[in-house]
Design a binder for this molecule. Structure first.
Ligand SMILES: CCCCCCCCCCCCCCCCCCCCC/C=C/C(=O)SCCNC(=O)CCNC(=O)[C@H](O)C(C)(C)COP(=O)(O)OP(=O)(O)OC[C@H]1O[C@@H](n2cnc3c(N)ncnc32)[C@H](O)[C@@H]1OP(=O)(O)O
Ligand code: FAD
Length: 701
């Protein structure tokens, strides 16, 4: 018997087992058989796992970044998965008050673990990831503390950071208002210096000046970094951050002049509703002068404004930091959805049965592959660009500490652009994974609805994705306009070769010709350079540059996307130039890298053709190659998602279970729904039975 015969037998055997266990379950409810006899311990994906052409353990390390990173993350994942305090399956069914209380309990338990086990900062971050529940602690550690670290003076840091780091105060980041989020300079909250008392008076002069959205503000925070218009001597001196106490440290009641509360339910069940996004108003609340964050500008006792040599953009520094972390998190959310959809696609069968044999696994349909595998490749691509961005941010941070601000504009453009690109793609990708799972993907127990609901605000918070791409566009336009006298560096270095990128056209002649990193990078560079230059030329036609920028903004956004996609493709290729140990690991990643690049090329072929870099024939050859690549991904698909090393707890999905034991577990879960506690639903006798029993002579419907 050949290999395919053996595989057919084992697949049929798995199918019979699965059907048997389903039958046992079916009988358990209403047919009197033992539910416990389902096939626990059987790995329904074992055949798939045997197909792997690479060393899975080595791929896990490549995904994690290093053996140490893998071990650390694995330890935290297991710590959470084995702790019943972090159960999360009932979350979507809880009412809001219960939900928040439950989150406060988990946060307290998480904090206790951090203290008792003396976890490092890195360990605490992984712990938070696997607990998988947005909480006020995210804003405290993720924005309040970084804002003080980045914008506070040494004295301020010395005073506030120990309190915050021991969690003796809880802080949030209160920037956005009811009337303004994107336009930070348009904020209306005022901080007026009173030279008589050496204080600032915090005030919310209008309804639209109410702070609105800050996470952790509603119920948990005792303090906030509040962004407000600085007014000294009756004059406005820009928006600055101020540390303001909101609640009593004794009984947690709001301080006089402070009105604070939660803004209400948000999208989805469970999901981001575990967070107390808040509203805040000030009625002439006084704070000491030294609570203005003064690294960028200082207000003296006499009411003089002193500028340090730090650029004012540093006031936006916390956002740069968080955008960088959001890029890293995009790969986590996308890989999680992809893991669920891939495992389920290998279990799910529809059509194609021959002579009573098994039906086709839906993962074998080319349409399923062409939707799923680019998402899988993107998860890896985002993982590596996130790693690079972390390096870039660390480098900028070190430079800033040494008062070197030269790389700040590029750090801003990269974090803004990549945040936008990766979160938009991930949000759409999670929804695509739901559709890839058919009807069962719509069940909360698939894990996908809640993941989607939690994830999608990432397209809005930390900067609306379009607004951020327009920031990248400004950076690109500036780079193009300076080409005559300034050598572009970093991620725009390719613009230095703009003449050849505008002239030379693609040389690829065969589908195999696309399996060449040089050809791929040049295609993306040429497209990005040509789109940016074209925008520059169009802009030059306008007398008023701002008017031109506004008019051309949709094209500018597309040019920014092309630039950001180039960064992701290049960083993936650069990653593959490093030593990556393990049998077949590098080769498999190369396949994914080409899938990512050629998928983008196919999706955006309009750009590549319109800029004249590619011919339709070359675009078509790229698509031919893409199909071949999908066949190369197929045998490795399950082990590529296993390499994310996600526990079933973290995945939170019956469809994505490691063992693939989907049907019995779905069936079992349905019976756990509170609606099935009784056979006759509450309300039946009041509202349904009277209809059943009514005696209408005629019905008009
Ligand atoms: C249960 C669990 C228990 C666990 C226990 C505890 C465990 C603890 C573990 C810790 C875990 C931590 C987790 C961390 C997770 C973090 C989660 C975060 C969640 C996110 C929540 C959301 C928060 C927010 O949304 S905050 C608000 C964000 N708001 C925005 O982003 C607003 C967007 N708008 C802007 O950024 C600006 O206003 C802008 C840029 C659009 C316009 O600004 P402008 O000044 O009006 O504009 P402009 O003239 O264009 O620019 C001037 C100049 O400045 C440059 N620029 C702009 N921005 C920046 C910048 N950021 N950096 C540098 N430079 C910048 C711009 O380029 C211009 O330059 P030039 O052209 O050279 O003049
Ligand atoms: C879940 C969640 C958590 C949040 N947490 C916090 C927090 O902790 N702290 C905090 O301060 N804030 C927080 N925010 C607020 C968040 O930062 C803002 O909502 C975000 O910056 C977008 O601003 P906006 O709401 O004003 O959108 P708007 O700017 O009003 O956007 C509306 C539309 O207008 C478009 N638009 C706006 N300006 C332009 C332009 N110049 N050109 C073209 N199109 C434009 C946008 O693309 C969008 O389509 C949170 C938001 C959410 C959803």
């Amino acid at each position: 018997m050949g290999l395919s015969g053996i595989s057919l037998l084992t697949t049929t055997y798995s199918l019979i087992l699965q059907h048997q266990s389903l039958l046992l379950c079916l009988r358990a409810k209403g047919f009197g058989l033992d539910l416990k006899k389902d096939m626990e311990g059987v790995d329904y994906l074992s055949d798939e796992r045997k197909k792997a052409q690479f060393d899975v353990e080595a791929m896990k390390i490549a995904w994690a970044g290093s053996l140490e990173a893998f071990q650390l993350s694995d330890r935290m994942a297991k710590l959470v998965a084995n702790d019943p305090a972090f159960e999360k399956f009932t979350r979507p069914m809880l009412g809001r008050k219960e939900l928040i209380k439950n989150t406060l309990r988990k946060a307290a338990h998480g904090w206790k673990l951090i203290v008792d086990l003396r976890l490092t900062e890195e360990e605490a971050k992984w712990l938070r990831l696997y607990i998988d529940e947005p909480a006020y602690t995210d804003l405290h550690w993720g924005m309040f503390i970084p804002a003080i670290e980045g914008q506070g003076t040494e004295e301020q840091k010395k005073k506030w950071l120990p309190l915050a780091k021991k969690m003796q105060i809880i802080g949030c980041y209160a920037q956005t208002e009811l009337g303004h989020g994107s336009n930070v300079q348009g904020l209306e909250t005022t901080a007026t210096f009173d030279p008589q008392t050496d204080e600032f008076i915090m005030h919310s002069p209008t309804l639209t000046s109410s702070k609105w959205w800050p996470g952790g503000l509603g119920k948990a925070s005792t303090h906030a970094v509040v962004y407000a218009r600085l007014i000294v001597g009756g004059e406005f001196h820009g928006v600055h951050g101020f540390i303001v106490q909101l609640r009593s440290l004794d009984d947690h009641s709001p301080l006089p002049g402070v009105t604070v509360g939660d803004i209400g339910m948000k999208f989805g069940n469970g999901a981001y509703n575990t967070m107390d996004n808040g509203v805040l108003r000030f009625d002439h609340v006084r704070i000491p002068r030294d609570q203005m964050l003064m690294r960028v500008s200082q207000v003296t006792r006499e009411g003089k404004i002193m500028q340090s040599d730090v650029p004012r953009q540093l006031i936006y520094g916390t956002m740069v930091y968080v955008r960088q972390t959001i890029v890293a998190d995009a790969s986590k959310a996308l890989s999680r959805a992809v893991c669920i959809a891939t495992r389920y696609s290998a279990i799910r069968r529809q059509f194609g049965s021959r002579n009573g044999g098994p039906e086709t696994q839906v993962i074998d349909y080319k349409t399923q592959q062409s939707r799923l595998f680019p998402l899988l490749a993107s998860a890896y691509a985002f993982r590596f660009v996130g790693e690079w961005l972390k390096w870039l941010y660390t480098d900028v941070k070190e430079r800033l500490a040494a008062n070197d601000f030269s790389t700040l504009p590029e750090a801003h453009a990269c974090t803004a652009g990549l945040k936008s690109l990766t979160t938009s793609f991930t949000a759409d990708g999670i929804e695509e994974c739901r559709k890839l799972c058919g009807g069962h993907g719509y069940l909360v127990s698939s894990g996908l609805p809640e993941l989607f609901a939690v994830y999608i605000p990432a397209c809005t918070y930390e900067g609306d994705n379009v607004v951020l791409l327009l920031q990248v566009a400004r950076f690109l336009v500036k780079t193009v306009s300076e080409l005559g006298y300034k050598k572009p560096v970093g991620t725009t270095a390719y613009m230095g070769r703009v003449a050849s990128l505008m002239q030379n056209n693609c040389a690829v002649q065969t589908a195999e010709g696309w399996l060449n990193p040089g050809a791929v990078v040049e295609a993306f560079e040429s497209r990005a350079a040509r789109m940016a230059v074209r925008c520059g030329q169009q802009l030059a036609k306008y007398e008023n540059p701002e008017e031109g920028f506004a008019e051309l903004s949709a094209d500018l956004v597309e040019a920014s996307i092309a630039h950001c996609q180039l960064i992701v493709v290049s960083k993936f290729i650069e990653k593959l130039q490093q030593d990556i140990p393990g049998k077949g690991v590098k080769q498999t990643l190369e396949v994914l890298c080409y899938v990512y690049a050629l998928f983008l090329l196919h999706k955006h072929q309009g750009d590549f053709l319109a800029t004249g870099y590619l011919t339709p024939k070359q675009a078509s050859l790229a698509n031919d190659q893409l199909r071949t690549l999908y066949s190369k991904v197929r045998p490795n698909a399950i082990t590529l998602v296993d390499s994310f090393n996600y526990t079933d707890h973290y995945l939170g999905s019956i469809l994505g279970r490691y063992d693939g034991n989907v049907y019995p577990k779905l069936y079992e879960a349905a019976w756990k729904d509170p609606l099935n506690d009784s056979d006759v639903v509450d309300g039946f006798y009041e509202y349904v039975q009277p209809i059943l029993k009514q005696k209408l002579r005629t019905a008009k419907l």
